[in-house]
Design a protein around this ligand. Structure first.
Ligand code: SF4
Length: 365
């Protein structure tokens, strides 16, 4: 579809933003306040690895049992892949990212500021207060880096723009199975939110939503859970096997459908948006909430089973999986789990495992 073919390339977006006097932040997974960065004229560009990097550069500083996203990020950084950025933001989503933050702050400091984000692990009032204060600390860091000091009105304007982008993102997810897009085209579009300015993303997304909604595509409907669908050829393989992704609980996609905030205080409003996002093990949400969320997604989307597509050595995912799968089994929802290294091509073993699972789902239809 033509809209997909005109998604701007990441490097072009970065260069254009910088030519217009803006800054660029390399942002590691998973949750961070986009609106706060944009209020300082800093474009967040997310770094999920990237895949297919020579990991020998970072391997001397990391244990072999750290996930490939962190290994790749450090290697990419040391190879000069983040030279074009002005600041590196590291949310402490997990011990591996926290470890990477320490390596960069204490052992191999890059020539740019490192800004960690400490995320609370719950949804209590104290968690909102903590995250609001954390964002105030980040405000002060960005003020020192950029020399700007956005007012509350500037912050609120930036928040409303991001809320607008997230609203269309939610609509895309809700209309997914009826859109004239293959799974890989759909995920290319929604993953462009990882680096496009919100206003550009809104334009692209609205062009897709304005197309005629078709009747739902045909195929074995599945829910995809995990961290990130890399390599993206996974989505083509799933389509070729006669299945379609009708909902997702991916850290890079469905777990970041942030609701609008409520508070009139901009920093608190940004905190609320993250705290009340769909449940995520990296934010410490209980398995009970994840189970209810998955069952709701399954009911609304008509998914017949869940594929847990996880990055090897991802502790937050692995801690939840046994209980979560057991709970799904009790609800008569079949699931399968596969683990990947984001550097590897899709293996026959992975494909065979998914194919066997889809055959089981097909027989139950
Ligand atoms: S894949 Fe898991 S362990 Fe690795 S950075 Fe993401 S959340 Fe952390």
């Amino acid at each position: 579809m033509e809209v997909i073919s005109v998604i701007p390339r990441r490097l072009d977006v970065i260069n254009k933003y910088k030519e217009q006097g803006g800054y660029v932040a390399a942002v590691l997974p998973i949750h961070y306040p986009r609106a706060l960065l944009r209020a300082f004229n800093v474009l967040p560009v997310e770094v999920w690895g990237p895949p297919r990097v020579d990991t020998s550069h970072g391997a001397t500083h990391l244990q072999p049992y750290i996930c490939s996203i962190v290994h790749n990020t450090l290697s990419f950084l040391q190879m000069g892949g983040l030279d074009i950025t002005d600041v590196i933001i590291i949310p402490h989503a997990c011990d591996s990212l926290q470890g990477l933050g320490s390596v960069l702050l204490d052992f191999v400091p890059p020539d740019k500021p490192i800004v960690p984000i400490y995320l609370p692990r719950g949804r209590r009032e104290s968690d909102i207060v903590f995250l609001t204060r954390e964002f105030y600390a980040i405000y002060q860091r960005l003020e020192a880096i950029t020399g700007r000091a956005p007012s509350d009105a500037d912050l609120m304007k930036s928040i409303r723009r991001e809320e607008g982008a997230d609203e269309v993102l939610i609509k895309l997810h809700q209309s997914h199975s009826c859109l004239p897009l293959t799974d890989i085209a759909f995920y290319r579009l929604i993953r462009s939110r990882e680096y496009l300015p919100a206003e550009t993303f809104i334009e692209l997304a609205q062009a897709v939503l304005a197309k005629d909604i078709k009747k739902p595509r045909d195929g074995i409907p599945i829910l995809l859970s995990g961290i990130v669908p890399e390599p993206m050829s996974l989505l083509e393989a799933i389509s070729e096997m006669g299945a379609m992704v009708v909902a997702d609980d991916l850290a890079c996609c469905g777990r970041r459908l942030y609701p609008p905030g409520r508070s009139g205080d901009p920093l608190r409003r940004m905190a609320e948006r993250i705290i009340y996002a769909p449940p995520d093990p990296t934010r410490g949400n209980p398995i009970r909430e994840r189970r209810e969320h998955l069952l709701r997604l399954i009911e609304n989307s008509g998914a017949k089973g869940v594929v847990f597509y996880d990055v090897k050595f991802c502790e937050p995912e692995l801690f939840d999986l046994p209980t979560l799968r057991c709970e799904l089994q009790k609800a008569k929802v079949p699931s399968v789990t596969v683990e990947v290294d984001i550097n590897d091509p899709l293996s026959h073993q992975t494909l065979t495992r998914i194919e066997a699972f889809l055959e089981i789902l097909n027989e139950r239809r």
